[in-house]
Design a protein around this ligand. Structure first.
Ligand code: OOG
Ligand code: MG
Length: 261
């Protein structure tokens, strides 16, 4: 790490303010060019600690930049990890208030809910054995950085652009499903805006969970039973505006939707 605890705390203040006020900011490395990836995760951890101290509940984790399409779109090559807070969950079919967000985009994702704890060096088979069910998800991302432009350190500090998440459809046990082959179709206002298969995420969506568990292990943590894991957008993220509705259809897992007002 390159930054002191007091600078980490200052950067957490800046991100928190931008999130609360839905006001964009410049990327953190502009003022701190020596900032490292570990500093980004330290800012994120400080934010998560504060949110939990405020009574907000950690419901799970997310992987980001896990598909080629997302990496190319954002010009970054490294997967990133962030936290999911319960109060950012939106019920399937419900409405997101655009005034609370800066410049939201949506992503179609395959989500996991775990039945048992996962820790350390796990395999895809370990993840599947520990999975209660898989289900379709939409992540609403909203970078706090101007024009949705950032570097890896800044986006990690910004909790990997997490803003809202929607899960729904028909949750299923992964037994008997080849998650690599699940077709995914994302629609905005009835028009297809993205298509992919599960394998778009690291060759297998469970590989994103494997990487997440490794990341947690590096921080001396495990993935608790009952966690929700968003494995990352399978296609490019798509911008949304007030009045839009978005649907993600995942083969065998049903449909999840959200509207914007
Ligand atoms: C970073 C978060 C990416 C995903 O699913 O790839 C992400 C960003 O693109 O703003 O959540
Ligand atoms: Mg995402």
């Amino acid at each position: 790490m390159a930054l002191s605890a007091s600078v980490i705390s200052e950067l957490a203040d800046i991100i928190d303010g931008a999130q609360r006020n839905a006001a964009d900011i410049v990327k953190l490395t502009d003022a701190h060019p020596d900032m490292e990836v570990a500093d980004g995760y330290a800012v994120q951890a400080e934010l998560c600690r504060r949110w939990q101290a405020d009574g907000r509940r950690l419901t799970g984790y997310k992987g980001g930049l896990t598909s080629r399409a997302k990496m190319v779109q954002m010009g970054l090559e490294t997967p990133v990890f962030g936290v999911l807070m319960g109060d950012t969950s939106v019920p399937d079919g419900d409405v997101v208030d655009m005034t609370q967000l800066i410049h939201p985009k949506v992503e179609a994702e395959i989500a996991f809910v775990t039945a048992s704890e996962l820790s350390g060096d796990v395999t895809i088979d370990d993840v599947l054995a520990a999975t209660e069910f898989v289900l379709p998800a939409i992540e609403v991302i909203d970078s706090r950085f101007k024009d949705f432009k950032f570097d890896i350190q800044s986006v990690i500090a910004d909790n990997t652009s997490a803003a809202r998440y929607v899960v729904g459809g028909s949750p299923r046990r992964p037994d008997g499903l080849d998650l690599r082959l699940l077709g995914v179709v994302m629609e905005r206002n009835g028009e297809v805006v993205g298509t992919a298969a599960g394998a778009a995420v690291m060759g297998h969506p469970a590989a994103s969970v494997v990487e997440l568990v490794r990341w947690l292990a590096d921080a001396g943590q495990a993935l608790p039973a009952g966690s929700l894991v968003m494995t990352g957008g399978v296609t490019e993220a798509v911008a949304v505006h007030a009045g839009d509705h978005v649907t993600a259809r995942v083969q065998h897992l049903g449909t999840v939707g959200v509207r914007f007002s």
